[in-house]
Design a protein around this ligand. Sequence first.
Ligand code: PLP
Length: 375
Amino acid sequence: MDLYFDNAATTRLSEKALAAYIDTAENCPGNPSSVHREGIKARRKLDEERERTASLMGIDPSSLFYTSGATESIAAVFSSLLLTTPGKVIISKIEHEAAASWLPVLRQHGWKTAELGARGGFVTPEALKAELTPDTKLVAVMAVNNVTGAIQPIEELVKTVREYEKTGKRHIFFFSDSVQALGKTEYNIEALGIDGASFSGHKINGPRGIGMLYLRNPSSFRPLAPAGGQERGKRGGTENLPAVSALRAAVEEWLPDAEENRKRIATIREKVVSALCDMGMKILSPEKCSPYIISFSSPLPSEVFTRMLSDKGVCVSSGSACSNNAKGEGEKILTAMGIKPRDAAGAIRISFCNDTTEEEAGRLVGIIREAADGR
Ligand code: PLP
């Protein structure tokens, strides 16, 4: 297998997650909505998995909803706005396309939108305060940026919103896409005081196609498509129970030892950063950053450099985040941070996982040096 350093795009399914998937698939074949014995057994299993996962995340199980991934969780929140009278939505300029792509849709339906800049990598409470208006209904700022790893000051941003709310009567929904934050940075939903958050299983060694939506106050949430009423009416569609079990197993592996793992990965990251600096590469990630992500500028266009590394058996991402489909997304984000277009054009993202070893990181550095020297 290639040296894999694209864990912010996706991680490998862990053995425990796979075992949990198989166990539930084999032993709980029923549909949780069915009233017969197999259905009841599946429903119990779903409830139990939700309770275990929520408890690991330090939240109430009633606030946790399963979806097909973060994209759907985000879509659930933004699309629900279409059922209400138009107002204003404020998001950051560094959001993932899963959120940013909702802005034109909302504008088409009469919503006002504002995008907050993030010079230096961070959204500021001052910038947010300047955009808050009496008709603001939703603020969305991601917890950790997927291109640079920048950890956003969510607690302060939430405080700014709550202060503003005191001047009017409306509650403003604070949403934080937390895909790159869970387990990978210090992250406590309750302490942040956010109203909603999105997560994807495959970013933490769980399966693809399973995600979570956190809703602090689900009773006030009206989805655009409740369909068959599953997930207590908030997300229609038959629950992917084996994947729910696998996700629980992944969360169980990530969260209890998260701090220790972060420290170990941070040490590996420091060594890689220092080697990149020695090679004269510019680090694009800011200081306050996830230990799992490094963004740096290579001397060549990022797609060329990524391909050169790939030919040498190394997988990294060409700064444009997790997809080839949304080309330029990474550059857009880096430019919003104030990175020079020339540096953004050469951006490469290295992303680690808990199973990354020092030896692998050493090999990565050696191969980057070779590629940069044109060998
Ligand atoms: N949000 C962020 C910050 C991400 O990094 C990603 C995926 O890379 C997503 C949302 C979308 O996640 P998914 O493709 O699993 O729905």
